[in-house]
Design a protein around this ligand. Structure first.
Ligand code: ADP
Length: 492
């Protein structure tokens, strides 16, 4: 109710504000040259005042919308958050010659945009309230039981110990607007974020000797991959907040047990993955959902980097696309995507894909009944040359004949899987196996001796078939087989 109230109130407040702002500007323009200096100054005070009011209203809105409910099952890497915040602030960091000392930071169970606000407010305050020396900011984290204790330390002007509690109150400021610009709401937002996650925030400072802001946040529960009902780790790489939200909502409504990590763009995603590689106890994601159009690094570039890395290469990557056009999909699959998901993302679509891929990649036992969507996913994966070998092995026992047939053509099929499929009871599977570009000779020989004439016919057309087998097939009792074999013989 409070959220709703703040939303409506701020909307209604903004309307008269815009009117005041607009007409003050019109007045300034209309009376230019006619009014004296005092009047011109009064008008500029009105305009400044309305601008400030606008900022305050927006801050109240942000403050009222903070809650921990969005953080449910979230894992956000603070390192990537801080890196993104610093990247955004790079010009002020350069201008002020700020020195940064940042230790390895953990992942916490807090929704990403809230962490961005938290670090952004603290870091920008450390620069804003700097002393005459160039700012030095150190950020570190220490694990204490099930929480992480963070510290953001600066060498700035410091805070009088009498006011160290008060500064976290809404609109509370220790300086005039003339000395330092601001609304006095930044730390109130930080406090609400930390409080709502069951943490604490406080500051230790001495006037003239810098400040150390400390806060605690919940650690991510460690998950070890032992049982089947283990949570599926999903990494969503998406820069559009509305698409992030849609995906979160779709997942929330799914029956999946999952943990979602969000990376705001490709650079962040790669940094996150590389960090995970370095951290022994944390496992890599089971599935990556990758948006194509992103700033800094687009989906194709991210994918290229993932596929170049021997540790990351096997991770299944699902492309999030706005287009379901066959060309686009084929292009995506060619560029080593494992699957694609057309936006808008719905619960049904995302559940089927994640479940299917997770099961395949983890060799989970098959379930008897598949939905059409799940069969389609298996079909795409079976035909995709980038599907992992574990998944291919699993698909070789797929109950759907269509899926096994598609798999039979996959050039990545191992010898072992070729031997398995050459004994498949379905003719269609064996026929398609003949079209495989990497068949081993022994399997091909077996196909050429198959009891089914359609299979022998397909074998006779294979470009891999050796001459001596063709000569035998040219005498085949089935006229179509012998004709085809003779035609192929002409090639030699
Ligand atoms: P604002 O951005 O308007 O300054 P904040 O809520 O961010 O509002 O901070 C409240 C007050 O706390 C500030 O006005 C300032 O006096 C004090 N403060 C915040 N951060 C620091 C800091 N790093 N060093 C010294 N004073 C600080």
């Amino acid at each position: 109710q409070l959220r709703q109230f703040a939303k409506i109130a701020s909307h209604d407040l903004q309307e008269p504000l815009r009117a005041v702002q607009g007409f003050a500007a019109l007045l300034a323009e209309a009376k230019q040259g006619e009014i004296n200096n005092d009047s011109a100054e009064y008008i500029s005070f009105i305009i400044d005042g309305t601008e400030r009011m606008k900022q305050l209203i927006q801050s109240i809105l942000v403050h009222s919308q903070i809650s921990a409910s969005d953080s449910f099952q979230q894992v956000t890497d603070c390192q990537s958050v801080v890196d993104a915040v610093l990247a955004d602030m790079h010009s002020v960091i350069n201008e002020t010659q700020t020195k940064l000392e940042i230790e390895a930071l953990p992942a916490v169970a807090v929704e990403r945009s809230q962490l961005v606000q938290l670090f952004q407010n603290l870091i920008s305050n450390s620069i804003k309230y700097r002393s005459s020396r160039p700012p030095v900011i150190s950020i570190a984290a220490k694990k204490i039981m099930h929480q992480w204790l963070f510290s953001v330390c600066d060498n700035g002007i410091g805070i009088d110990s009498r006011y160290t509690d008060r500064i976290f109150d809404m609109f509370s400021r220790l300086h005039s607007k003339g000395q330092y610009p601001g609304t006095g709401i930044g730390l109130a937002i930080c406090k609400k974020i930390v409080d709502s996650h069951g943490g604490n925030i406080w500051v230790e400072s001495k006037l003239g000797h810098g400040s150390m802001f400390m806060f605690t946040l919940p650690a991510v529960k460690k998950e070890r991959k032992t049982t089947m009902d283990e949570k599926i780790q999903i990494l969503l790489v998406e820069d559009s907040p509305s698409d992030v939200r849609l995906t979160q909502e779709a997942l929330k409504r799914s029956p999946l047990e999952y943990e979602l990590t969000i990376a705001g763009d490709g650079v962040e995603a790669l940094e996150y993955l590389h960090d995970l590689k370095k951290t022994a106890y944390r496992k890599l994601p089971d599935i990556i959902l990758l948006d194509l159009n992103m700033p800094r690094k687009n989906g194709h570039e991210v994918l290229e980097d993932i596929k170049k890395d021997p540790v990351l290469r096997p991770l299944p990557v699902i492309l999030l696309t706005v287009s379901e056009r066959e060309d686009d999909v084929q292009e995506a699959l060619r560029s080593k995507m494992n699957y694609y998901l057309a936006k808008p993302i719905t619960t049904e679509k995302i559940t089927s894909i994640i479940k299917s891929i997770y099961e395949l990649y983890n060799s989970q036992p098959h379930e008897a009944i598949y939905t059409q969507e799940e069969i389609h996913i298996r079909l795409v994966l079976a035909g995709n040359p980038h599907t992992s070998l574990v998944a291919l092995a699993s698909l070789a026992s797929d109950p759907s004949k269509r899926v096994r047939s598609r798999l039979a053509e996959n050039p990545r099929l191992t010898e072992e899987l070729q031997w398995k499929l050459v004994r498949d009871t379905e003719v269609e599977v064996r026929v398609n196996l003949c079209e495989n570009a990497n068949l081993i000779p022994a399997v091909l020989e077996l196909l050429a001796k198959d009891i089914n004439e359609d299979v022998r016919l397909a074998a006779s057309a294979s470009p891999l078939i050796p001459k001596h087998i063709l000569q035998e097939l040219a005498c085949d009792e089935n006229v179509y087989v012998s004709a085809s074999a003779s035609r192929s013989l002409d090639r030699f």
